[in-house]
Write a protein that binds this ligand. Sequence first.
Ligand code: NAP
Length: 310
Amino acid sequence: MTTVLFDAGAARWPDWEQPLKAALSRAGVTAELVQQAEPGDVDAIIYAPSGGTISDFAPYVKCKLVQNLWAGVEQITGNRTLTQPLCRMVDPGLTQGMVEYVVGHVLRAHLHTAGTDAARQGSWVPEAPPLASERPVAMLGLGALGIACGRALAGLGFPVLGWSRSAKQHTEIACHHGDEGLRRVLDQAQIVVTLLPDTPATTNLIDARTLGWMPRGAALINPGRGTLIDDDALLAALDSGHVGHATLDVFRTEPLPADHRYWAHPSVTVTPHIAADTRHETAAQLVAENLRRMLAGAPLLHQVDRAAGY
Ligand code: NAP
């Protein structure tokens, strides 16, 4: 019998138990889902960094899959005892949530015009916003989430400029990569969305230098990770008006400390890391599919590249 250890927090078990069992059954996977087991007996681990209890993966000698329940893996990639294949979550439900968050906040930034500002202060300034086709949007990160959000925005008519580590081609997104590519993308973008992972290479990517490449008044939307942003540089850019508005969902310290300047800044919208959540029903299908692949000796889906950190 295949033993699958659920180590994603006891409090989460009631929400996951039935979706996981149903998905395993649909995928034709016969496995015992347990919350406790002898490490040497475990074939696979369903894991979440917050709530999970395992810090030493070395005793899990039979384990051939650690399936993370979240998209971000920065809390686990540095664990040197974890030598088993690590897979991250790519869940259609999570992706749909992120598309809704990004499209909603891009539209909000797009429609936030001088006319709207004046109306809030009681003045009638009939100044309509430009069309989406006149508002270039940068999508930093063209992974599972960046591509889906970029496509949705392109479908609304926004010119979408994408940036990733490797070179890519997409019909709806003008793709760039590398340092020069980043400059070209930021130079043109009036709204910048960051959907990059937290790795040493992305830390403080949005700093005084790269903020300086953005046109004056551009908006920034960060549902990626807090470490992408040099907070002091962003606050300075917001204070000077170089950045017109920032919508921030993720922060270096979460919850965002009560005395952080972001809370009260008139040009900042704080959301409490709610852009997109893993959805049990849809995510359970990926877990079951990867367990099926593990048992069949087939390549796993969404395996993390440890060297790259995502
Ligand atoms: P993904 O599929 O792994 O895609 C990551 C993208 O970032 C890829 O396009 C990758 O380039 C690019 N990238 C990585 N390092 C880079 C670098 N140094 N320079 C340029 N591009 C780089 O990840 P995803 O599923 O789209 O998720 C993205 C992030 O969203 C997650 O890591 C997580 O931090 C965040 N997230 C947030 C929430 C929330 O609720 N706020 C929810 C889910 C996820 P290549 O394509 O060339 O590899």
